[in-house]
Ligand binder design. Structure first.
Ligand code: ATP
Ligand code: MG
Length: 566
């Protein structure tokens, strides 16, 4: 490509309304232009990158045995009524009417359409398993479209749907898709984690989200530094820190006239926050419950609600605190309640000795508290808290780290939910109709472009991983005197690099070097080669990799070797 004949429209200005690096850089490079909230035009430059991602996704889907098709974006209401999702999907579903008042939606996803296709196409178990995929535009009327194409309303998704006789076959394809996703994100040069997103519900089926790690991510991910373990922070299991030490202190009153929080008490006493215990008073369906977590930990509502009697809990009222503990908020604790109570201790709290809790008396806490001696053992020991950085990994290998993640892919075992609702059956070996099992597998193709920039940028602009770069090499011409020999040498190199299979762009716009280099760095071309009069004289080219701090002068052979085509 000759840049003089391309449409490149970069800008130095950081757009005021773009909060994250990827959005800023996609606008500054001119990769995307906003049409309306959550709607973007992909410029020729942006589209080159989007197509690269698409190509890798397509190759790996094909390799994994999925078959490409293309479904309409507009879908009739009747199909969505069959699954009940016309109402259930909510405000994200963009509903439209045609001239005959027929109701349709712009597809946010395609389970209904593909299941309709499968029920009319597939007759026999012998045709299964089958995995269909498409790469197609989706529309979701997001409440808060933001970060450019990261959370857009119209976006490009790869969605695949597999059909099976029986769960085992589904599990096999699920694993194949999991592996394909791993290859896709690895090939694209992204740092990612596959997060177990198991719904945990009875009859729930396997699900993993693939997250690209980046500070701007919307989800907090806990992952092990010693294994493949990764989970959403809210879902990750917090394991016991080990055995409880023997008591070393005697229980004593601490005067805390104004100190009501663990932080305030720890500060007053000059001790670590992790030696205090936070008491959260709840009313469950079997009465008063005191939930205990360490002062430096946070209660996890999802985990609490899974405990016996706490499915529908609420915070206890001040009247209930007085009735059960004889205390007001700020001084609550499990020692000497007025009435029998249920004490649910987090695993870390159960492993503590000599801890600090509220004394159930205004203005007092207790120090040196020990289980079994100063109060009975907890009624129940359970996982009640969010994991924190440094916790042991629940799989027993390594330590947890916490990072933010951007969801770029999602694989899901749907089971028979859609096939059941829509009557998608095949005949089994005995000639009996069987409801098919299904899996669905999504990738946010356009979101990947933004996520990759989040991970790969510096003060000069984007640093594309090679497989995503719009071009691999930029040949830059410095030729202020319009010397025909320089132009010819640049053209010859350009032809040669393309001949060698390198996707090359030649910057023949005649710009000043600083401006030209600024553009090439901004748009993130991995390799830059300068052809100039001075270089020609010495028979050398000035080479610089996008991440290099300096350029180097290389002769033709060394240049080719550097570009991997020598
Ligand atoms: P999110 O939790 O980010 O809203 P989701 O779980 O609703 O996503 P899925 O239904 O799993 O998304 O869709 C498959 C993939 O499509 C997601 O993993 C994500 O990469 C991408 N995606 C979803 N919503 C958007 C959006 N509004 N803009 C860009 N990509 C999106
Ligand atoms: Mg998802």
């Amino acid at each position: 490509m000759r840049l003089s004949q391309f449409h490149l429209n970069t800008s130095k200005e950081t757009p005021a309304d773009a909060e994250v690096a990827s959005h800023q850089l996609m606008l500054r490079t001119g990769m995307i232009r906003k049409l309306a909230a959550g709607l973007y035009t992909w410029s020729p430059l942006g589209l080159r990158v989007l197509r690269r991602v698409e190509a890798v996704v397509r190759e790996e889907m094909d390799r994994a045995g999925a078959i490409e098709l293309l479904m309409p974006s507009i879908q009739p209401r009747e199909l969505w009524d069959e699954t009940g999702r016309w109402e259930k999907f909510g405000g994200q579903l963009l509903k439209i009417k045609d001239r005959k008042d027929g109701e349709f939606c712009y597809g946010p996803t395609h389970e209904e359409v593909i299941t309709d296709f499968a029920r009319s196409e597939l007759r026999s178990y012998k045709q299964l398993p089958l995995n269909f995929y498409q790469i197609q535009t989706k529309f979701r009327d997001e409440i808060r479209p933001r970060f450019g194409v990261m959370r857009a309303r119209e976006f490009l998704m790869k969605d695949a749907y597999s059909f099976h006789l029986g769960h085992d076959s589904l599990a096999g394809t699920y694993q194949a898709m999991y592996d394909a996703y791993t290859r896709i994100f690895t090939r694209l040069g992204l740092v990612f984690r596959a997060v177990n997103a198991d719904t945990g519900a009875i009859g729930g089926t396997a699900s993993h989200e693939f997250h690209v790690l980046a500070d701007s991510g919307e989800d907090a991910i806990a992952f092990s530094d010693g294994s493949q373990f990764a989970a959403n922070v809210e879902m990750a299991e917090a394991v016991s820190p080990g055995a409880r030490p023997a008591p070393a202190e005697t229980m004593a009153d601490v005067t805390t006239p104004w100190q009501r929080t663990c932080e305030e008490v720890a500060k007053l006493m000059g001790i670590e926050l992790r030696r205090t215990v936070k008491s959260v008073a709840l009313m469950g369906d079997q009465g008063f419950v005191l939930a205990l977590v360490r002062g430096d930990h946070m209660v996890n509502e999802i985990k609490l609600a899974k405990l016996p009697g706490l499915a529908d809990h609420r915070l206890a009222t001040e009247a209930e605190l007085t009735e059960f503990l004889g205390s007001e908020p700020g001084f609550l604790g499990p020692v000497n309640p007025l009435k029998p109570i249920t004490v649910v201790a987090d695993r870390s709290v159960a492993a503590m000795a000599d801890f600090v809790v509220g004394a159930n008396r205004k203005g007092f806490h207790l120090s040196g508290v020990n289980w079994g001696r100063d109060l009975p053992e907890p009624t129940l020991v359970a996982d009640l808290r969010n994991v924190v950085e440094g916790d042991a990994s629940p799989d027993g290998q390594g330590t947890l780290r916490i990072a933010r993640g951007i969801e770029v892919g999602h694989v899901f075992q749907l089971g028979q939910k859609y096939a059941e609702a829509m009557g998608a059956t095949v005949l089994d070996a005995e000639g009996k109709a069987q409801v098919m099992h299904m899996g669905c597998y999504g990738i946010g193709v356009s979101r990947i472009v933004a996520a990759a920039i989040e991970q790969n940028n510096d003060a000069s602009g984007i640093r594309w991983p090679a497989p995503m770069a719009p071009w691999q090499v930029a040949v830059c011409i410095i030729n202020p005197k319009n010397d025909p020999a320089v132009a010819e040498a640049a053209d010859a190199l350009y032809a040669e690099l393309r001949q060698a299979g390198l996707d090359t762009v030649i910057d023949d716009r005649g710009l000043r070097p600083g401006v030209m280099f600024g553009d090439i760095e901004l748009i993130g071309i991995p390799h830059r080669v300068v052809v100039s009069g001075r270089g020609l004289e010495s028979g050398q080219f000035e080479y610089r990799g996008r991440s290099d701090t300096d350029s180097q002068n290389l002769d033709r052979a060394a240049l080719m070797a550097q570009l991997g085509v020598g």
